[in-house]
Design a protein around this ligand. Structure first.
Ligand SMILES: [Zn+2]
Length: 369
């Protein structure tokens, strides 16, 4: 944060923010809820205005909390109880209300409650894979990029029936035409953009970063060379007509056999989709509930190297606030690190739901893919 030559103040931020990018390793099915096996069309959650599929922030938060709990057990973090994994009173188990998980994700106990310090946005589609005559391409649009906070000087919009290939693209569409499912578009050569100069704002307190430097992932680098920009109004149509749709058969639970006429289809965000979401980390020291005597204690977690992170929740301590943010971030990112193995959403037993979060702190690209 630049303070423009003002006298140096103690860095005392109310919140910090991080943008996460994630790659779907499997199709991802987040049902609209209440679906019953045997009903046709298990639809997925969509953004009302654009009809674009998304993963709700509440889903990410709930799954992340559970996985953070698994990590806490693995790392032997003191004081974390099974009730902390749920965050609410259930089957006689109660969240402790004072561990890093309860503070990071919030909790509702019998006598006290606290809102979450980590606030999750919905995960939305950034780059969507479509099979074309020249192989898979990843489709996006100026509006989609803008909403994700990605910008160049200005990312141009192609003409109505056109698409733009960024400079340095690996794609060579025959006769400068490309089919996106049923839709045929022609290349718009009048507009230029270069993915190497795409930047995004992560934390509003910091300078914009170059997107290609943020994600140390070789698969992502290959995706980056196969991006196609389509007009904003066509993006939802292209996504919705290229979702993964599978047909399965419902099993009658009483007979253990297929129900008659019980074929059902379900939709999913396809493997290879790149999504983004934000997590806002609020500074625990600004929350009066934490100054309560019973909560006025030291929060503990361990970083990737097993080193202790300890933060006193008392605002009178002289600790740097960065400590509080690193503790919340470490807890959340430990949870997110398991998404690539354990998945998110429904149908995980059918090979659905694994997502790799691409820019976790301390992730190294060993170049050995
Ligand atoms: Zn707890």
């Amino acid at each position: 944060m630049s303070n423009g030559g003002k006298e140096e103040e103690k860095k005392n931020e109310i919140y910090s923010q991080k943008k996460y990018f994630a790659l779907a390793l499997d199709p991802v099915h987040i049902g609209t809820g209440g679906y019953r096996i045997g009903r046709v069309d298990n639809t997925i959650v969509r953004e009302p205005a654009t009809e674009l599929p998304k993963i709700p922030g509440t889903t990410i938060e709930g799954v992340c909390r559970n996985y953070a709990y698994l990590k806490a057990k693995e790392k032997k973090i003191e004081g974390v109880t099974p009730g902390c994994a749920k965050g609410k009173v259930k089957d006689d188990k109660e969240p402790c209300g004072r561990c890093a998980i309860c503070i990071t994700f919030g909790y509702a106990g019998k006598d006290s409650a606290l809102q979450a310090m980590a606030l999750f946005s919905d995960a939305r589609i950034l780059l969507f894979p479509v099979a074309t005559m020249i192989g898979p391409v990843w489709v996006t649009s100026p509006m989609v990029l803008k909403e994700a906070g990605i910008e160049e000087k200005e990312i141009p919009e192609p003409q109505d029936d056109g698409f733009i290939l960024p400079e340095g693209s690996n794609l060579k569409p025959p006769e400068e035409k490309l089919n996106f499912g049923w839709l045929l578009l022609k290349q718009d050569n009048n507009k230029k953009t270069n993915t190497s100069s795409w930047k995004y704002v992560d934390d509003p307190n910091e300078e914009p970063k170059l997107l290609e430097n943020v994600i140390p992932d070789n698969i992502f680098k290959r995706i980056f060379k196969r991006i196609v920009i389509v007009p904003d109004h066509l993006f939802p149509q292209i996504v919705n007509s290229n979702l993964e749709v599978r047909t399965s058969v419902a099993i009658d639970p009483e007979r253990g056999a297929a129900e008659e006429g019980a074929l059902f289809t379900y939709e999913a965000i396809p493997r290879g989709t790149v999504l983004w979401f934000d997590v806002v980390y609020q500074n625990p020291r600004y929350f009066p509930a934490l100054k309560d005597k019973t909560l006025n204690k030291t929060l503990k977690w361990k970083d990737k190297n097993g080193k202790d992170i300890e933060v006193a929740t008392n605002e009178n301590t002289s600790d740097d606030d960065n400590g509080a943010f690193s503790l919340l971030k470490a807890c959340v990112e430990d949870g997110l690190s398991l998404f690539q193995f354990l998945g998110v959403g429904g149908m995980s037993s059918r090979g659905f739901g694994r997502i790799k979060v691409l820019n976790l702190e301390g992730d190294k690209n060993d170049g050995k893919h």
